[in-house]
Design a protein around this ligand. Structure first.
Ligand code: SAM
Length: 218
C-alpha cells in the first residue's frame, strides 16, 4: 500500500457521514443509480439503501466512475422493511415527493440523522412509501416540466445536506464508530485480502500508522 493512497483513503473515510443516507425505491436505470452513488460518494454518504421490485441486483454504468466501491449498498426486500429499519435507527425519512403536503427541501434540518427516499423514474414514490415516511420534501420547479431526473433531485438535496453539515462542523470529526472504521479502511486498502478473510471466516489484521499490515492472517 502506497502511503499517499492510504492517506487519501483515510481522508475520505474521516468525512463519511453514517447518519445521512439515501433510499431508492425501484430506481432501476443503471445510469441513474450510478449517478446517485457518485453524488453520495462526493457528499460523504457512507451507505445507500435500495429496494428493487423485481429483486434485480442493481447494476452500474460508467457514470459511477468506480464510486460504487466506496459507498456501501444495502438491498432490502420491500420498502416497508427499509423505511422501518432506518426509522428504528432514529433516522427521519423524507420522501422527495411532489405531493400537496411536501415542504421545501431547504426547510429540513439535515444535521439530524436523515434518509432521503427517491422514487422510481416513471411513477415516483409509491403511495405505501409516501404514507410510511416522516415527511415529504420538494425542490421547487419553475419550468414547463413537472419533475427533475431522479439523480439530479438527489444531488440538489444532498448538497443542501452537505452545506448544513459543513456549517455544523460534522465533517471535522470522524463520525464512524472505531470498529466500523477499522473494518472499512482495511476493506478499502486491501480488498482482495479482505475478501479472502471473509471467505475463510478470519478477522482482519490490524493496520499500522502507514497502512502496513501488522499481523498477517495465517
Ligand atoms: N412522475 C413522477 C412523479 O410524479 O413523482 C416523476 C418521478 S421523478 C422523474 C423521479 C424521482 O425524482 C421522484 O420520485 C422524486 O423522488 C425525485 N424528484 C424529481 N423531481 C423532484 C422535485 N422537484 N422535488 C422532489 N423530488 C423530486
Amino acid at each position: 500500500m502506497i502511503l499517499r493512497r492510504y492517506k487519501k483513503l483515510r481522508q475520505v473515510l474521516d468525512k463519511r457521514q453514517p447518519d445521512l443516507t439515501v433510499l431508492t425505491e425501484d430506481v432501476h436505470k443503471p445510469h441513474n443509480l450510478s449517478a446517485i452513488i457518485r453524488t453520495c460518494d462526493a457528499v460523504g454518504v457512507f451507505a445507500v439503501h435500495t429496494v428493487n421490485f423485481d429483486n434485480n441486483t442493481p447494476t452500474y454504468s460508467q457514470v459511477a466512475q468506480g464510486s460504487e466501491k466506496w459507498v456501501k449498498l444495502h438491498s432490502h426486500p420491500d420498502i416497508k422493511t427499509a423505511i422501518k429499519l432506518l426509522q428504528e435507527k432514529n433516522h427521519k425519512v423524507y420522501a422527495a415527493h411532489l405531493s400537496d403536503t411536501a415542504i421545501d427541501y431547504r426547510q429540513v434540518d439535515y444535521t439530524q440523522p436523515t434518509a432521503i427516499l427517491l422514487g422510481t423514474e416513471k411513477w415516483g414514490v409509491t403511495d405505501e412509501a409516501a404514507d410510511l415516511v416522516d415527511g415529504h420534501i420538494v425542490i421547487p420547479m419553475q419550468g414547463m416540466v413537472q419533475s427533475l431526473n431522479v439523480s439530479v433531485a438527489n444531488g440538489v438535496i444532498l448538497f443542501e445536506a452537505q452545506r448544513q453539515r459543513l456549517e455544523a462542523g460534522l465533517y471535522n470529526q470522524i463520525r464512524l464508530n472505531p470498529k466500523t472504521y477499522r473494518q472499512v479502511i482495511f476493506e478499502w486498502a486491501y480488498p482482495d485480502l479482505a475478501a479472502m478473510c471473509q471467505r475463510q471466516g478470519k478477522s482482519y489484521p490490524e493496520l499500522g500508522e502507514q497502512g502496513e499490515i501488522l499481523n498477517f492472517p495465517r
